[in-house]
Ligand binder design. Structure first.
Ligand code: FDA
Length: 293
């Protein structure tokens, strides 16, 4: 199915489907979405869509799109971070090349007192390389943080390493199709692992972000923070654009910090594919929308 979604014809005709999860095709449209979130008491993190780049010039264009995005954020004065995928920065071409591209973005952000840069986590084939590049970047600036995925069996050790480093971690369940050799597959186990890592990060980490729409995890995190006297300014919840806006509003009304992940751009196939495959009802919604046209 991903092959079909990736064809230019599909993408031109069916952007209306992705619109539920993607804020727009341009930085201006994404910035409008961020302004609306800010007005509702939420912050954001902007993701210029793209991944698995195998050509240097394409990775450089993506890097430049982030530099333009940082300028646009400055101009609009919106409250947002940025999220970057290292395979869009050329990680599959060469690790040093991806680091150099990331560092250009971090230097630009540092010069302008700009937002925090989050490195998204991708499939397990690049977990090690992503964390290596993150650590090189972190030695250079504290304005950068990784994502850890609770479904990976290696994650408890990575959580401890990030706590020891003092890095700001986003914790999520994980969205890629992984083998049982490296990842837990059963949802109760993933939920248990997610909560275990969340508790460690809340208790001993630096300003963790708990990225989930899972109300059981959210409730458990709320309880844990309350019981341990961990203030609402010491962590944040994060959710995806277009997913469970009701829960997003409830958390803000209850005084929690909430950051919304706002993807934009024309390379939405991989992101859209992950969103429809993680929830069967989304695939049905996509099919119904096509039939209704
Ligand atoms: P779960 O899938 O159990 O969903 C709980 C409830 O949330 C569902 O019952 C439904 O109501 C709602 N819901 C969840 N997903 C939905 C969807 N697509 N459409 C509609 N409703 C949905 N992954 C990764 O591998 N690397 C990364 O860097 C990131 N980054 C990231 C940032 C942020 C801010 C978030 C929220 C998530 C990510 N993820 C990610 C994705 C994450 O790993 C995971 O795939 C999704 O968040 C879905 O898992 P949940 O924990 O939300 O629970």
């Amino acid at each position: 199915m991903l092959d079909v979604i990736q064809t230019p014809g599909f993408q031109q005709r069916f952007f209306f489907l992705a619109k539920r999860f993607v804020a727009g095709e341009t930085a201006d449209e994404a910035m409008d979405a961020v302004a609306a979130l800010n007005a509702a008491g939420m912050t954001a993190t902007l993701d210029f869509l793209g991944e698995d780049v195998t050509q240097r010039d394409e990775a450089e264009r993506t890097r430049d799109a982030y530099l333009a995005l940082l300028s646009a954020i400055r101009r609009r004065g919106v409250e947002t971070n940025v999220s970057v995928k290292l395979t869009a920065m050329g990680l599959l071409v060469d690790e040093d090349f991806a680091f150099a591209n990331l560092r250009t973005i971090l230097d630009d952000a540092a010069r302008n007192a700009d937002p925090f840069v989050r490195i998204d986590m991708e499939g397990s084939a690049v977990t090690g390389a992503t964390l290596r590049v993150f650590e090189r970047a972190f030695a250079h600036t504290r304005n950068v943080g990784p994502v850890l995925q609770a479904y990976l069996k290696r994650t408890p050790a990575d959580v401890e390493r990030m706590i020891a480093l003092g890095a700001r971690v986003r914790l999520c369940k994980g969205a890629y199709g992984e083998s049982p050799d490296v990842a837990y597959k059963a949802m109760p186990t993933i939920r248990r692992e997610c909560l275990r890592s969340a508790e460690a990060l809340l208790e001993r980490g630096v300003y963790p972000a708990i990225a989930t729409h899972d109300e059981r995890i959210i409730a458990a995190v709320e309880r844990f923070a309350r019981d341990r006297g961990i203030g609402r300014d010491r962590f944040e919840f994060q959710m995806l654009y277009g997913v469970r806006p009701d829960v997003q509003l409830r958390l803000v009304a209850d005084g929690y910090r909430l950051r919304v992940y706002v993807p934009y751009g024309t390379h939405w196939a991989g992101y859209f594919y992950r969103r429809i495959t993680e929830r069967p009802e989304n695939a049905l919604f996509a099919l119904r929308s096509i039939v209704a046209r």
